[in-house]
Design a protein around this ligand. Structure first.
Ligand SMILES: [Fe+2]
Length: 503
């Protein structure tokens, strides 16, 4: 049967299948509806409207006139809907309350005794708020219809008598709208559920990350402790090596330790990285370890009495020193610094005749510290080929005046040989460092650890050999502090002399 719907003339093309199959309506071009509410428009070009539903829906029909309900039932049953019927508003409400699954669409007559359609639909809304509500009205019910529409209690209305195809299509469109609404709610609920799960996962992840971070921090701490132990062991090894050199040549006792400490201070003053500073200090400590095994007469700094073979033997000590530490882990770089500690800035040193920047910076630093200590503490005139014992006396404790003169000699020596033997930039930094220390030493004297007594005041801050800050200057030493310093010295402290205020 033809019908006019939204400007399209529609025919049911085939028998209706199940509700989840597509129902096809086809417009017939050039056809006119014979007598339908005065409509006289020509049919438009052939167009297909395909409407499909996803779910099997339950509908409720309410009308006090049995033949109306039966007509609707006949019409809608063909669509495969499950249909409930009631002959009054109260019965309709009972059917809704007793329904085993949600009712998707309700069609109610307006004019019914007792409870009219608008009142019934208002109450039905409380039971199934999302169901599509449709009112069946006659033209004389327009006031009631307008009122019901304005109150939002109905979604559509059908005027009696209705057109079957029109009604079927509108029911189907209404159900499609209902499905969209249900789908929207389902997606919203799904999104909310997934958001909740995501939140829970995030929280669990955060907990896992926190636990993992804590675990990493704990492992790092363990590694740090292990590293510190390893470094302490390394340092003890280095000190043992240094002791070997001193045992072999008692005349230079303390030279390696002093050069190491001095080299560290210069490196720090130059702003080198802590790792490099440590390597410079270690290399300073061990710079003459290659002298182990040299004949005793080559250790007395009388190079002017040596034969050419002996001089050549002596000149091998930087290479031998590198070879000695080569197989100790973490001392590779220190080995390189040891190898080059007799290179000269002008390229006339040994063993590789490097010059200027070719010489590792640490080696240039050690060369300066080595020369200074030789003059001030060993009373030796440094010379690349071996050095000569000075006539001013033997190594040992010098008086204050002699020591000051020796320091001045050392400064002059370094200035004299800047650009030739030594790196002038390092000399400049070193002499400024000494000058600052001289100012700090005014009114101070140097004592050994053994000479420390409770009540003495530290004139300069005390650092461990590793550069660790121990006690600030101006501290009045207690017996407890001194015993702790002696305990610390057993593993770490290298500095031999401590600057305290004169009494
Ligand atoms: Fe040397």
């Amino acid at each position: 049967m033809p019908a006019l719907v939204h400007g399209f003339h529609l025919f049911r093309q085939a028998d209706p299948g199940p509700v989840d199959t597509k129902i096809r309506f086809v417009a017939i071009p050039g056809h006119r509806e014979p007598a339908h509410k005065g409509c006289d428009r020509p049919w438009r070009a052939a167009t297909e409207i395909v409407v499909s539903l996803k779910y099997k829906h339950t509908l409720l029909l309410v009308d006090d006139e049995g033949h109306i309900t039966k007509a609707l039932l006949r019409l809608l049953r063909r669509e495969g809907y499950e249909i409930l019927c009631a002959s009054s508003g109260p019965e309709g409400l009972e059917k809704l309350k007793a329904a085993e699954k949600p009712v998707s669409l309700i069609i109610s007559d307006q004019r019914m005794p007792g409870m009219n359609g608008a009142e019934f639909l208002e109450k039905a809304k409380a039971i199934f708020p999302h169901a599509i509500r449709i009112l069946l009205t006659g033209y004389s019910d327009m006031d009631a219809l307008v009122d019901a529409v304005n109150k939002g209690e109905i979604h559509r209305y059908f005027a009696k008598p209705w057109n079957d195809e029109d009604l079927l299509l509108q029911v189907r469109q209404s159900l499609e709208q209902y499905e969209l609404f249900v789908e929207n709610r389902r997606l919203l609920a799904l999104t909310a559920r997934q958001n909740k799960q995501l939140k829970e996962l995030n929280e669990a992840l955060e907990e896992k990350v926190a636990a993992r971070t804590e675990e990493i921090a704990r492992k790092n701490k363990e590694l740090t402790t292990l590293n510190e132990q390893l470094e302490a062991n390394l340092y003890n090894t280095v000190r043992a090596f240094a002791s070997l050199v001193e045992t072999h040549t008692p005349a230079v006792a303390g030279h390696g330790r002093r050069v190491g400490t001095l080299a560290r201070r210069i490196a720090e003053q130059m702003g080198l990285a802590e790792e490099e500073v440590t390597q410079v200090e270690i290399a300073g400590l061990l710079h003459d370890i290659g002298k182990l095994g040299l004949p005793a007469r080559l250790l007395d700094y009388q190079q002017d009495t040596w034969s050419s073979e002996e001089k050549a033997l002596y000149r091998d000590h930087p290479k031998n020193g590198q070879a000695t530490v080569h197989f100790i882990n973490k001392l590779d770089h220190a080995g390189l610094l040891i190898r080059s500690h007799h290179e000269q800035f002008d390229g006339h040193g040994y063993p590789d005749e490097l010059s200027e920047e070719e010489i590792p910076l640490g080696s240039r630093i050690i060369a300066v510290a080595n020369a200074y200590d030789k003059i001030v503490n060993l009373r030796v005139s440094p010379h690349p080929s071996g050095g000569v014992r000075q006539k001013t006396g033997n190594p040992g404790r010098a008086s204050g005046a002699t020591r000051a003169a020796l320091k001045e000699d050392a400064a002059q020596h370094l200035k004299r040989h800047g650009f030739t033997w030594y790196d002038p930039d390092i000399i400049k930094i070193f002499l400024e460092m000494l000058k600052a220390e001289g100012a700090a030493e005014a009114g101070a004297r140097w004592v050994s650890l053994e000479e420390l007594r409770p009540g003495m005041v530290l004139k300069k801050s005390l650092y461990s050999s590793k550069g660790r800050f121990l006690i600030p200057s101006a501290t009045i030493l207690s017996a407890d502090m001194i015993s702790k310093l002696k305990a610390h010295y057993a593993t770490d402290l290298v500095c031999e002399r401590i600057c305290v205020a004169t009494a």
